[in-house]
Design a protein around this ligand. Structure first.
Ligand SMILES: [Fe+2]
Length: 158
């Protein structure tokens, strides 16, 4: 498409910077949902059932905000890119080991992963403070959800 079909409420600079933040958040959230499903399928151990179910709660949250972040990009006139190849190249989510994994190892890995994603989201809250407060509001909301999940995973390791 030669001409942009969706106008933006933002000026060109704010649109570009906010669009980049949303694109990076999108890729992280897609990868987070994939890693959580991988863990959901591969966890074994004494706490299998609670960890297995808790992982699907994380998948649901990641998918919910994946859609909201992608559609926020569209709403400011930025085409979202959620293709597998883009996610593989651009994600900042730590790699998750293959194979069966003990429930405690899963809780440790998911806690570390959420800690990393939260830091990446908090940097995006800072950037959007200057570029778009409406997008910032969405990122604050999803970061609060990720921080809640981080607490609940961490609590299991205490
Ligand atoms: Fe399942």
């Amino acid at each position: 498409m030669s001409k942009a079909p969706i106008t933006s409420p933002l000026d060109a600079k704010a649109r570009e910077e906010t669009g980049q933040v949303l694109q990076e958040a999108l890729v992280d959230l897609i990868d987070l949902s994939l890693v959580a499903k991988q863990a959901h399928w591969n966890v074994v151990g004494r706490n299998f059932r609670s960890v297995h179910l808790q992982l699907d709660e994380l998948v649901a949250a990641a998918r919910e905000y994946t859609d909201q972040v992608a559609e926020r990009a569209s709403a400011i006139g930025v085409s979202p890119d959620g293709r597998a190849a883009t996610v593989a190249k651009r994600s900042g989510v730590p790699e998750f080991a293959t194979g069966w994994r003990d429930d405690e190892a899963v809780a440790t890995a998911v806690t570390a992963t959420l800690g990393e994603v939260v830091q990446r989201m908090r940097a995006r809250i800072q950037i959007t403070d200057d570029t778009d407060l409406v997008t910032q509001d969405l990122i604050i909301e999803l970061t609060a959800r990720l921080e809640e999940a981080h607490w609940m995973w961490q609590a299991q390791l205490a």
